[in-house]
Design a binder for this molecule. Structure first.
Ligand code: EPS
Length: 375
């Protein structure tokens, strides 16, 4: 129901995005959208590029007098830095898109590929994700994220009992590495400094949670409509992401079935669970519990102390080219992951409750939720 298209290169004039199929009459809170762009740009371990860019969404179409019109929404984010004399990348970086891109498209080097493969593109997906979050907010669906591991440092998994996700998100948003645990934050910053000193990079694991998701999004009926499959595709499309899990994920492997499936209870007109090992999805359909996913990001492939590669002109063994780079982008990737989840959930909301205006969507949603009480 919703479609998105992005264009733009990291060192070109900017990024362009189109969101089509979005309902009319929703207030487009531009401050919120720009705050989301800002959240993505923060994070200890980003490069000096982030000091240059202060991303701001410029609306070209689809919004009038502050409200969505139902027309395709198009947005532009300008690149601020001026870039001249970008040299061709003929010593491709292992792990980046340089070599595969050059070979696939018949370029002399990796420049054209890396400019598009760059995580710069995710700024536009955050802008579009922010618009999707505005729709979800109308239905009281909220998405949060935090970082649970960077390098060897794992964050304490248990949250204090008196903290809800909104409180957690408040703390996390003020952490330079988006973690809840201050002890882990210090250790992570030390690790990042050490990696930077050595000309190296670090990856990690991020967790995203969606609260208030109604039962019934996605479908068991066909492979490409399964909610977990759709979310996985979206999350895997974030540069550097190499794996995703829902709920207990890979920790399901060594447990008995009797210990992992979330038992079903009923109270005051609704079904509920006391556990959420499934991560909110059963048979490719949301079950009304929080959607919980984790994704692993590999260390950034651009290394100041470069790895072995082959010069594409001479075919000789050389060290890979260095371009300015981040030491770690896991905190930023967690914001991108929130945005992708927002887009997929907004799309699923439109598939199930879709209408041309916000009023229609809300009415369809409310009528389904009321009907649930009789099931
Ligand atoms: C990136 C390299 C760095 C990052 C960039 C992604 O940019 P530059 O080549 O200009 O130093 O900062 O990320 C962004 C620009 C962004 O907005 O996230 C890369 O090689 O992918």
């Amino acid at each position: 129901m919703l479609r998105i298209l992005t264009a733009g290169e990291s060192h070109g004039d900017g990024l362009v995005g189109i969101l089509e199929g979005f309902p009319a009459n929703l207030y487009m809170d531009m401050d919120f959208i720009n705050r989301e762009l800002d959240r993505r740009q923060r994070g200890y371990g980003r490069s000096s590029r982030m000091d240059m860019e202060k991303d701001k969404a410029i609306v070209i179409s689809g919004i009038n007098d502050g409200y969505s019109t139902g027309n395709p929404i198009s947005i532009m984010i300008k690149n601020r830095g001026t870039y001249v004399n970008l040299v061709e990348v003929t010593r491709p970086r292992p792990g980046h898109g340089d070599l595969v891109g050059a070979l696939k498209y018949g370029h002399k080097g990796g420049r054209n590929a890396l400019e598009r493969a760059s995580a710069r593109e995710t700024a536009m997906r955050v802008a579009i994700g922010a618009i999707c979050k505005l729709l979800l907010r109308e239905l009281d669906i909220h998405i949060y994220s935090h970082v649970v591991q960077i390098g060897d440092i794992k964050v304490l998994r248990r949250f204090p009992d008196d903290m809800n996700w909104k409180d957690i998100a408040g703390v996390v948003d003020n952490s330079p590495v988006r973690v809840l645990d201050k002890g882990a934050e210090e250790s992570i910053i030390e690790e990042l400094d050490k990696a930077k000193e050595k000309g190296d990079t670090l990856g990690g694991v991020l967790e995203v949670v969606a609260l208030g998701v109604p039962v019934g999004l996605g479908s068991y009926a066909h492979w490409d409509r399964k909610l977990d499959g759709r979310i996985a595709q979206g999350i895997m499309s974030i540069p550097g992401i190499k794996g995703i899990e829902f709920g207990l994920g890979f920790n399901l492997a060594n447990r008995l079935g009797s210990k992992v499936h979330d038992e079903i209870f009923y109270k005051e007109g609704s079904y509920y669970r006391k556990t959420n090992n499934a991560g909110g999805i059963e048979a490719g359909v949301s079950n009304g519990e929080n959607i919980v996913l984790r994704a692993v990001m590999k260390p950034i492939p651009t290394l100041r102390r470069p790895l072995q590669t082959v010069d594409m002109e001479s075919k000789e063994g050389v060290l890979a080219q260095f371009e300015r780079s981040d030491v770690c982008a896991v905190p930023s990737a967690s914001i991108v992951a929130e945005s992708i989840l927002a887009y997929i959930l907004a799309d699923e909301i439109m598939i199930k409750f879709g209408g041309d205006s916000l009023g229609e969507v809300v009415a369809n949603y409310s009528s389904f939720m009321e009907g649930l009480r009789e099931r």
